[in-house]
Design a protein around this ligand. Sequence first.
Ligand SMILES: Cc1ccc(Cn2cc(C(N)=O)ccc2=O)c(C)c1
Length: 317
Amino acid sequence: KQSANKRAHELHELINTYNYEYNVLDKPSVPDSEYDRLMQELLKLEEAFPELKTSDSPTQRVGGTVLAAFQKVVHKTPMLSLGNAFNETDLRDFDRRVKQAVGDDVQYVVELKIDGLAVSLRYENGLFVQGATRGDGTTGEDITENLKTIRSIPLRLKKELSFEVRGEAFMPKKSFEKLNELRLQLEEEPFANPRNAAAGSIRQLDPKIAAKRNLDIFVYSIADLGGTGVEKHSEALDLLEEVGFKTNQERRKCETIEQVLNIIEDLQEKRANLSYDIDGIVIKVDSLAQQEELGFTAKSPRWAIAYKFPAEEVMTK
Ligand SMILES: Cc1ccc(Cn2cc(C(N)=O)ccc2=O)c(C)c1
């Protein structure tokens, strides 16, 4: 019994590490067959000792039960929407408003705006306990079972933190194309775009269907930064990476709005080559103290803005 417990712990460590390398770093160090062998060993061990089948076991990612409906979840911290900027003038106005409020010593973080759906992940002492859609910003739907099927969401963090993490769930472009091919073969309605496909997949009542849709996620903020001692948004992103989350590597720090404008040019050129859809970039004041000073309007933070790319001309094949 004791040795079974020990072996199960070893298998969790190995499988979680290989899962992280493959799904988060996209740099596996072992062949798929080796990963599969370890998973099969853990499944057998859990059959022999059912008490080993803990909620954070890698074998528990795809739940069994089909839900009748989604439960409602009230977000501890509301999930707000971002104000939009559509041109350089809007961005310079944003920069001016920020500086009027907090002075000239401002640094920005620029991130890609992933075209998916915003979700919230709650962790207690390092364990993934609940996930929800944004909903109306205050109340969302409990989609924990479906989020567990996203391999880049850690079921157990490398640190025993209790916090709420926000991220954008999305469907990679290649998965979207494959899914629509399949739907056309089955004479089902194809999805209009990856965002709709991701939304339709993550709101499946049967986790086994969600698990087949190859969804992914980039996390981008910690809602209740409480005791983490983090003072900058860029540090929060580094912390999320340290504890095992997938964050987007295209993020840049900028000293001036000029640098932001230059980076927008670069990122707009990269857009077509990305493996996922983006609909713009997000600019945030890096200092959390300055974010606090700036506060919120009725529905959006004053310390962040979304620059929306012009709608792409649709390439009809
Ligand atoms: C049979 C099988 C097992 C695993 C995978 C994909 N994969 C591989 C690894 C790995 N190599 O570290 C880790 C996690 C994972 O999901 C496939 C495609 C097929």
